[in-house]
Write a protein that binds this ligand. Structure first.
Ligand SMILES: Cc1cc2nc3c(=O)[nH]c(=O)nc-3n(C[C@H](O)[C@H](O)[C@H](O)COP(=O)(O)O)c2cc1C
Length: 161
């Protein structure tokens, strides 16, 4: 017998994580991006990562077409950007308000995030309501700063000690 949805959500709130914006660019849908915490490293050799994207999210359609995406890990100062890419504004507005440039794959790299991984899709599995999308990392950019943390339904900062 499966755990109830409420108990599951309550438990998962205790999983603290960084916050990222997954972006893509396709001929049909243009530039798209959405905030995620469901991100994981999968394998170092070959270098692969995983993102979990609700099947109802627009960005998943774009990734299916473009077969590429970028994972932009946010800095502690980018809470507003996170909210914007979580549905706070239209796709057009998200990219008008935040500086970006197209990366190797064409997926948007948001300027001044903590880290960016550019990926090509190698596999995709529908599990429950979410697409598990596995990408092979083609390029990585690391920058200075602290990460934005999401824990127990709220944004947090790293403590110094
Ligand atoms: C902190 C935070 C983490 C989120 N993590 C995920 C996630 O891992 N996967 C997901 O499908 N949606 C996640 N969401 C919700 C999406 O960002 C939101 O539904 C988004 O607006 C969907 O994109 P769309 O507006 O293009 O449909 C998260 C939202 C927030 C605020």
């Amino acid at each position: 017998m499966a755990v109830s949805v409420d108990d599951f959500k309550k438990a998962l709130q205790l999983w603290g994580s960084s916050v990222a914006v997954v972006t893509t660019q396709s001929a049909q849908f243009g530039v798209q991006g959405m905030t995620v915490t469901a991100f994981s490293s999968v394998s170092a050799n070959p270098p692969q990562v995983l993102v979990c994207i609700n099947e109802a999210a627009d960005t998943g359609l774009g990734i299916a077409e473009s077969q590429c995406f970028a994972v932009n890990v946010l800095k502690s100062t980018q809470q507003q950007l996170s909210n914007q890419f979580a549905g706070g504004s239209s796709q057009e507005q998200r990219f008008a308000d935040n500086d970006w440039q197209a990366g190797l794959t064409g997926a948007p790299i948001l300027n001044d995030t903590l880290m960016t991984l550019e990926c090509t899709v190698v596999d995709k599995v529908l599990a429950g309501t979410h697409w598990l999308i596995i990408g092979e990392v083609q390029a990585a950019v690391c920058r200075e700063g602290d990460p934005l943390i999401y824990f127990s339904g709220a944004y947090r900062q790293l403590a110094d000690n």
